[in-house]
Design a protein around this ligand. Structure first.
Ligand SMILES: C[S@@+](CC[C@H](N)C(=O)[O-])C[C@H]1O[C@@H](n2cnc3c(N)ncnc32)[C@H](O)[C@@H]1O
Length: 365
């Protein structure tokens, strides 16, 4: 893939090699860092792979355009299109801009546009303003959503207006089965659905069916949980975000899965609860003593695991660790490695044209 904004736009930072070369370069870095001879490599599509994206809006007299930060982050570069966003986002971008440009109420002080789309081609657009949005904005926004057939949300300081609805439907094909999810505007979602499907399948393929239970920390909206639940007797899945837990519960119902307990608990709180250091009203309907875990699954944010969570999981027979930051993964693995064997190591190219690689590791005592 080539892009006229390579070298200008700050979004793609690895653009001087073709796709295979840049991936090979990133894989070598991971192999060196983790002292690996081999690993599984999950590739991305070469273009149009991002199912969420955010653009600044550049105002010049009556005209507006999309903009991104430059590579040095010091200024903005105006862009007409973006080759890494999904075709659904790519196609709607000029149409949306044209409609907004013609409408003073929608255009005035528009700061940022966020897009979230699914494999089913549904799209949710969030318009973020540096002005108060009111009833007259809502009338125009409704018309816009209808014309473009999009889900639409407006945001301004302290205000959120849901013009149509605040989620889209996602459908992922994992191995030979389809899983259905509601993706909410605010909850975490993986940025590359194509790689996401393969990443979930990789984990499922690598773990054997167990008669015991799975503990999951950082479960989000149940992206992995729904699929992995078939491999275990029961699952306790926890996460800090209220919206994600709401969505995870809806997603389990949507897929007729009934062996998962989703509970809103931070990883720190979960450790306190399981160590019987603190009681939580949020756990009043869940009997923790009924669980018999043999596996723990973690997919933390870039900061990796906090000290107490890391210590807590290091008693489990099996650990599945998905990481979007090799630096913190390395730090955490260095602590786990003396007791554990690495059974499988995979890299998932969620963030093509950047130096980032998502990693997955399966460890056993
Ligand atoms: C990388 S995302 C993974 C989510 C999910 N596994 C997925 O694939 O969509 C990390 C998740 O951790 C949650 N999170 C962040 N800090 C947390 C904490 N201290 N305790 C529990 N969850 C946390 C975030 O809300 C987010 O949903």
């Amino acid at each position: 893939m080539t892009c006229e904004y390579f070298g200008l736009c700050g979004s793609c930072t690895l653009y001087d090699k073709n796709y295979e070369e840049q991936l090979a370069y990133k894989v070598e870095l991971i192999k060196d860092e983790f002292l690996l001879d081999k690993l599984d490599i999950i590739t991305s599509k070469e273009s149009h792979f991002r199912n969420r994206a955010e653009f600044r809006i550049f105002h010049d007299k009556n005209k507006i355009s999309y903009a991104m930060h430059t590579l040095d982050k010091k200024s903005l570069v105006q862009i007409k299109n973006c080759s890494i966003v999904s075709k659904t986002i790519y196609n709607i971008m000029p149409k949306l801009l044209k409609e907004i440009e013609l409408n003073e109420i929608l255009k005035q002080r528009l700061f940022t546009v966020e897009f979230l789309c699914s494999t089913t081609n549904e799209i949710l657009v969030t318009l973020i303003y540096h002005k108060k949005i009111d009833a007259s904005w809502e009338i125009e926004a409704k018309k816009l959503a209808e014309i473009l057939n999009i889900e639409l949300i407006g945001r301004s300081r302290g205000v959120k207006k849901i013009v149509t609805k605040e989620y889209i439907n996602e459908s992922l094909s994992i191995l030979d089965k389809k899983y259905h999810y509601k993706l909410y505007e605010t909850g975490f979602t993986q940025p590359n659905s194509f790689v996401n499907e393969k990443m979930i399948a990789w984990v499922k393929n690598k773990i054997k069916k167990s008669k015991k239970d799975l503990l999951e920390l950082y479960c989000g909206h149940g992206n992995f949980t729904l699929v992995l639940s078939s491999q275990f007797r029961r699952v306790l899945a926890t996460e800090i975000s209220k919206k994600s837990i709401k969505s995870a519960k809806e997603n389990a119902t949507l897929n007729l899965i009934d062996n998962i307990e989703f509970v809103r608990l931070s990883s720190e709180e979960l450790v306190q609860a399981l160590n019987k250091k603190r009681e939580f009203v949020r756990l009043k309907d869940v009997n923790l003593d009924e669980f018999c875990f043999d596996t723990v699954f973690v997919d933390p944010p870039r900061a990796g695991l906090d000290e107490k969570s890391l210590k807590f999981i290091s008693g489990f027979e099996k650990i599945i660790y998905i990481s979007c930051n090799p630096l913190t993964l390395k730090r955490d693995l260095d602590i786990l490695k003396p007791r554990y064997n690495i059974l499988h190591f995979g890299v998932f190219d969620q963030f093509a044209y950047t130096k980032h690689l998502e990693c997955g590791v399966i460890l056993s005592l």
